[in-house]
Design a protein around this ligand. Structure first.
Ligand code: SAM
Ligand code: FES
Length: 347
């Protein structure tokens, strides 16, 4: 197995059957070997800097019904909310004062925010904070809409592909959603000029090693600037309520592989990782991640944006999250970077 990791380290890619062999035969010793290499690659590219992004969860309305997601349309027990432009700008002000230089606007697919409304919000943020990056995570839109948001000043877009296997995609989503369109969106975003992020949940129901190999191959093909992966965690109000969560161990292993595949990628240690283990995000960084995304949403809405059960930090103020993460990152020998934290190819 170590030879496969050496090959991945040297060439940044493996054959499909090699990825499968590596994933299926992993053990603690192999994992540690992988993480050591992945840390080395992260340090070579980004030093000990860990980038912070301020996450603003601005709406939990969603027209979609993804089977895994706590804020899916059919979950009638969710108390829905929307933030106004002023509330979003207040979050940015607080975030700026705390040293954030990237704001991530994330939400369900909510028709209330027309293209005009979003363009106005993006322009207002960029006017107030011209030196900051704006990342959007609003789901699937048409080319023209993505272009309008980009022209308004948006810099980056996160759209997890969720799974690169057609059949698996169909088992996670209602039939009106398609992997084909998800992929088209990602290629449109790239063509327009965004820094783009794809990704998937680790351990989602029906996921096999073959699915993961297809995910890795798709990631290599798309060559995104960011990759968001985190464990699947069941939400009690969804069709997947009784399913088993993804593991810390496999998520860390995949983070390590992705760092070696795309040495310069921006790779978050996600909130979901911090939810399944108290030290999950620190372990993510030690496995090759270089981004953390503390929550900047107003405290009174945080408990309403529950994608999965037991989500961490839902009762904390933005400043508490910011300094808690700083302490955690410093405890493992890294430091929080107050900068936009663009992908290396942009600098
Ligand atoms: N609506 C946007 C979209 O579809 O990209 C952004 C919001 S969506 C809630 C953000 C991500 O949350 C999804 O891409 C999915 O991977 C993740 N997510 C949803 N439910 C989850 C769960 N139960 N466990 C872990 N992650 C989950
Ligand atoms: Fe739309 Fe989850 S189903 S954000």
């Amino acid at each position: 197995m170590k030879q496969l990791i050496d090959k991945l380290y040297q060439t940044s890619s493996l054959l499909p059957q090699e990825y499968k062999e590596l994933i299926d035969n992993r053990n603690p010793e192999i994992s540690e070997y992988l993480f050591e290499k992945a840390r080395g690659v992260r340090i070579r590219n980004y030093g000990y800097d860990i980038y912070i992004r301020g996450l603003i969860e601005f709406t939990n309305y969603c027209r979609n019904d993804c089977y895994y997601c706590g804020i899916r349309k059919s979950n009638s027990s969710v108390e829905r909310y929307r933030l106004s432009k002023e509330q979003i700008l207040d979050c940015c002000k607080m975030g700026y004062d705390l040293g954030f230089r990237t704001f991530v606007l994330q939400g369900g697919e909510d028709g209330y925010y027309s293209d005009e409304k979003m363009v106005d919000i993006i322009r207002s943020i960029k006017k107030g904070y011209p030196m900051c990056a704006v990342t959007l995570s609003l789901g699937e839109k048409g080319y023209e809409t993505y272009k309008a948001f980009y022209d308004a000043g948006a810099d980056r877009y996160l759209l997890r592909h969720e799974t690169a296997n057609e059949e698996h995609y169909g088992r996670l989503h209602p039939s009106k959603m398609s992997l084909k369109n998800r992929k088209k969106c990602l290629y449109d975003l790239k063509e327009i000029g965004y820094q783009v992020g794809c990704g998937f949940m680790v351990g989602s129901p029906y996921q096999t090693t073959d699915c993961l190999v297809e995910d890795l191959q798709f990631i290599k093909e798309l060559n995104p600037h960011m990759v968001g992966i985190g464990p699947f965690i069941p939400h009690h109000g969804t069709p997947f309520a009784g399913e088993t969560a993804g593991t810390l161990e496999l998520t860390l292993f995949l983070l390590g592989i992705i760092r070696l595949m795309l040495p310069q990628v921006l790779l978050p240690a996600t909130t979901a990782l911090g939810t399944i283990h108290t030290k999950g995000r620190e372990m993510g960084v030690l496995a090759g991640a270089n981004v953390v995304m503390p929550n900047l949403s107003p405290v009174d809405v945080r408990k309403k944006y529950l994608l999965y059960d037991n989500k961490i930090c839902t009762g904390d103020e933005a400043a508490e999250c910011r300094y808690c993460l700083q302490k955690r990152i410093e405890a493992i020998g890294c430091h929080i970077s107050v900068s936009r934290g663009d992908h290396k190819s942009i600098l």
